[in-house]
Each structure stands twice: as structure tokens, then as C-alpha cells.
Design a protein around this ligand. Structure first.
Ligand SMILES: [Zn+2]
Length: 346
């Protein structure tokens, strides 16, 4: 299969190639092809090319669709699935609140890509003054209703916050969707008060899951995920804007179930059997629910155990801090840790 989004040296000029190969975060121009894959979530055929920076290990989508084209790659099925996952996973949000409060217990907090406010709602009360940034007007209104958060509707880079406004900024599985992650991180560093923390979750491109499933890895999410971080590249880009790393851990996710679904889709398609895409699949029937339960209790733990032998977990959870005046960024590097820490359920 071929696609206009997969470039070859014969189809572009030298200057264009130079620009394409320039790392979006460290600026080096030594990127190499990493992987080619379609949008498996929507069962579409167009192929996308990922490139990897050899200097900092950052991976990004080459020739990403323009912002005005993105609406066709998200769509109502995607929005519905994200909103449903957010509003039916209270444990996940409580876990994140638990991590946050190890570092900050009160103050002003901004959630980037706050969706309908599921995380912000867990902080409702007197301790926090809540803010959010969200692209969808509908989701922003729901967030405001649920917890009284003040939500800016629009692009993160257009938000009008003053420097030194926040004690904490959070960003859960949003950073990988951004066109300019480094510029956003510069904003984050500016908006934080000295000593303020940035708590971020992204998929881990340097994980065992990616290594095993490759183009079938669920978290590739092409072409919606534009940037793919590793512990190394995330640490490097944060350090480049002056944020110091307090903690970085990798975690297991349920990406395995969806990745396996994609492999089955492909095998069945080769046999001439078309299945409903993950995007269009509705609520599961009782029979499917039973099969899924059995899978989760038997095959999935076995696969998870086997895959864990191949390396780190599928998501990165990191806490960075804006140094207080007079201290050097990176002076706490010795306390940073990179490790696996068990299973995180979505
Ligand atoms: Zn780089």
C-alpha cells in the first residue's frame, strides 16, 4: 500500500527532507524512519510515517494532517469513547489525585485538555482554585458545571494566563496530541509559580508493548498522536525549558487488549471477514461481555506477564518542578527515578 503521507527521498526536495528530518523538540536533523501504520481505530487504509530522532529518541508523525483536517480524524465516535472512559473511571482519577497531593495539597491548579472535568471534579472543595483548557465548548461547559472550574476554550498556546499563576499544572494523555509540545512546555514553565509542579502522563514509545505490537500498538493512535515520547525524550524536553525532574515512572496499561483486537482485525480482513471498527463498535452484548471478562482474567495477565519481560510499561507518569529562585534546574536529578511500578487500569 502507498500513501501521499509516506514520503520517499525521490518525492521531496532536499530542503523539504531537511525540515522533515529535524527533531521537533531538540532541533537535531538526524531523524530516521521508525514505523509506518494506518489509523486502525477507524479501520482506515491511509498509511502514516513516524520518524525517530537519533539524538533524543523523540518520535513524531511526519507530514501530520493540518489542524483544520483533524476533525475527520477525531469525530463523534472518538469523542464519545474518550468522554465515556473519563466519566466511568473514578479509580483512575483518585489515583492521580493521590499522586498530586504527595507534592501539592492546595492552591491554583490548571488541567490542560480537561475534557468534561472528570479529574478536576475529584479536587472540588476549598483546597483548590480550579482552571482548565479545553478545545470543545460542550466539554468545557460540562467541566464548569461539575466543579466550578474556570475553563479557557481554545488552543493551549492562546490561553491568556499570567506568568507565575499556578501551583500545579496537570496534563493527562494530551501532550501526545499537540503540534508544538516544546512551545506548550515553555508556557507551562512560565505559568507555574516557582516551586510549582507539572504532572504529565503520555504513552511510552520506548515500551515493551510498542516493541511487541509495533504498528498494531494501540497507543500509536495515528494520526491523532503527533508526538511519541520516551522517558529520555520527555526528560530532555522538560530540562530544555528549565523544569527539573522529580519523578518518572512507567506503568502497564490495557493497551494490550486493544492491540490484540487490531491484530485480529487484520487476520480476519485477510480471510475476507470484515469486523466493525473499534471506533464504531457500540455497547458489547452479554456474550461479548462474558468473552471479554474471560479474556481479561486469563489471556491478558499471561500476555502482560510475557510482555513485561520485554521492557518498560506503556505509559510514562512524570512530575517536573519549576525551580525556586536561586536553585539550579536539574539540581534534584539525583532524586529522579525511572522504574516500572505495577499495573494501571484505564
Ligand atoms: Zn531530538
Amino acid at each position: 500500500m502507498t500513501s501521499e503521507r509516506v514520503f520517499t527521498s525521490s518525492t521531496i526536495t532536499n530542503q523539504q527532507q531537511q525540515e522533515l528530518l529535524q527533531c521537533t523538540t531538540c532541533g537535531e536533523s538526524d531523524a530516521v524512519p521508525f514505523l509506518v501504520a494506518p489509523d486502525r481505530f477507524h479501520s482506515r487504509k491511509t498509511l502514516y510515517q513516524l520518524l525517530r530522532c537519533q539524538a533524543c529518541s523523540m518520535v513524531w508523525l511526519s507530514s501530520a494532517p493540518r489542524p483544520q483536517e483533524m476533525v475527520e480524524h477525531y469525530g463523534p465516535d472518538y469523542d464519545k469513547k474518550i468522554a465515556a472512559a473519563g466519566e466511568t473511571s473514578p479509580d483512575r482519577w483518585r489515583d492521580r489525585t493521590g499522586v498530586l497531593t504527595q507534592y501539592k495539597q492546595e492552591g491554583t491548579l490548571l488541567d490542560l485538555g480537561c475534557s468534561s472535568g472528570s479529574f478536576l471534579s475529584t479536587l472540588k472543595g476549598n483546597a483548590w482554585d480550579l482552571y482548565g483548557i479545553e478545545m470543545s465548548t460542550e466539554s468545557a461547559s460540562r467541566a464548569q458545571e461539575r466543579c466550578g472550574a474556570k475553563v479557557f476554550v481554545g488552543d493551549i498556546l492562546d490561553a491568556p494566563f499570567e506568568p507565575g499563576s499556578f501551583d500545579a499544572i496537570t496534563c493527562f494523555h494530551v501532550f501526545e496530541h499537540l503540534y508544538h509540545p516544546r512551545e506548550v512546555l515553555q508556557k507551562v514553565a512560565r505559568w507555574l509559580k516557582p516551586g510549582g509542579i507539572f504532572y504529565v502522563l503520555v504513552p511510552n514509545i520506548d515500551s515493551a508493548g510498542e516493541r511487541v505490537f509495533q504498528s498494531y500498538w494501540y497507543a500509536l493512535e495515528l494520526p491523532r498522536h503527533l508526538s511519541h515520547f520516551s522517558p529520555k525524550s520527555l526528560s530532555a524536553v522538560a530540562a530544555s525549558v528549565g523544569l527539573e525532574k522529580l519523578s518518572l515512572t512507567t506503568h502497564r496499561e490495557v493497551f494490550i487488549e486493544y492491540s490484540t483486537h487490531y491484530i485480529l482485525d487484520d487476520i480476519l480482513a485477510k480471510l475476507g471477514i470484515a469486523r466493525t471498527s473499534l471506533a464504531a463498535s457500540g455497547p458489547a452484548s452479554l456474550g461479548r461481555k462474558v468473552i471479554r471478562k474471560v479474556y481479561r482474567l486469563t489471556v491478558q495477565p499471561l500476555l502482560t506477564g510475557l510482555i513485561s519481560l520485554a521492557g518498560d510499561g506503556e505509559s510514562i507518569h512524570a512530575i517536573f518542578r519549576k525551580p525556586v529562585e536561586g536553585t539550579q534546574a536539574g539540581s534534584h536529578a539525583s532524586s529522579a527515578r525511572v522504574s516500572q511500578s505495577g499495573v494501571v487500569h484505564l
